[in-house]
Design a protein around this ligand. Sequence first.
Ligand code: AMP
Ligand code: GLY
Length: 426
Amino acid sequence: MKVLVIGSGAREHAIAWKLRQSPQVSELYVAPGNAGTAQIAQNLPIPASHIEALADAAQSRGIDLVVVGPEAPLAAGIVDHFQSRGIAIFGPTQAAARIEASKVFAKEIMDKYGIPCAKGVVFSSYPQARSHIKAQLTPIVVKADGLAAGKGVMVAHTREEALEALANIMEKRVFGPAGDWVIVEECLMGREASLLAFTDGHIVVPMVPARDYKRLGDNDEGPNTGGMGSYSPPSFIDASIVDNVKKTIFEPTIRALAQEAHPYKGVLYAGLMITAEGPKVLEFNCRFGDPETQVILPRLKTDLVDVLLAVLNGTLDKVSIQWSEEACVGAVMASQGYPGSYATGSPITGFDCLDENIIVFHAGTKSLVKDDGQMEVVTDGGRVLTVVALGKTLAEAHNRVYLNVPCLRFEGSYYRHDIAADEIVG
Ligand code: AMP
Ligand code: GLY
């Protein structure tokens, strides 16, 4: 099979890495990819937003299966476009992808079908949202409706903070039309985890659970980022919680979307708060998580192609998806200044000094040919690498990662030191 992965992050490198292990894959392409994907696949220099150009490339190369990493092309209708041209593509349609692209749409589905989530109210009027917030206790959460690169949610500890977030979204319109609507909702308390599931529109098969670290600094300090690390499995998500989420969240959501004439196929990602009343949805994503995928796919024992095809063919009940018992930890190495502005073009060294059991998934990297004709890998983004290790325990995986991270060097490299640390006792 000829397979094309769309995207350029460490998530897409992890997907491509897993696909490369499949004996069914003869040719593997990544668009646009990075220096890491170039080592295992052929990069096509087409941005993930150029849907027609991607479809042209897929058609001219006779691609049998396309896998989409990021949400933006899904929300823009890449699946609908590829399907209309007869190209097999893994992911939800534009209408179904609204489960991530519109928090108001997701909230309406959850409220209508009784799916556990925070209690909240939706507004399109700035004055009405303002008076509502003024009448609420804090903490309180203010969310922009649309895609806002992970920045559209404010967990406000004071009313002033909440009002400022609201003004930024609705009055200053810092997220543009993503702020036409807002949700003001209760602040849920508990521990957070990510549970992703494969679904063919009927059957839902949860993956192993993971936890993502969104804040930039150790001990969850500093600004929100696209994710500074992750691990799997979190000890506080046992099999009974996974089963509970499957029955009370995933299955009713998939049934609801079908009922609303937006059948959903692909990966459904639930960001969860495990509250005293049980798991509740913080957010849905319409795709694999980043950096969760980097610690989930190394635990997948089954051929990923079989799983993806079963999703497309509606035969997910026919594959038995097996996971390794091993734990997995991934630390993101970022460029100094991220998530604000940062420099690019710094050479990255040390790949040849890593222990054999280390997997490095690239994100913002590219290969350059030096004056002497040798290739070198340089930084090309804010999130640069995810350094991953499996281990018999989370402690073992954590130690392997942090023993190796210092070997990888580039100017201004930055990483968190505490990924999975609070899981390690003694
Ligand atoms: P989201 O982009 O929707 O995942 O939200 C970003 C982060 O905001 C989540 O990972 C949570 O930490 C936090 N968050 C979102 N909604 C709530 C809520 N209702 N209560 C508490 N925290 C929340
Ligand atoms: N890890 C959060 C996300 O993928 O959206």
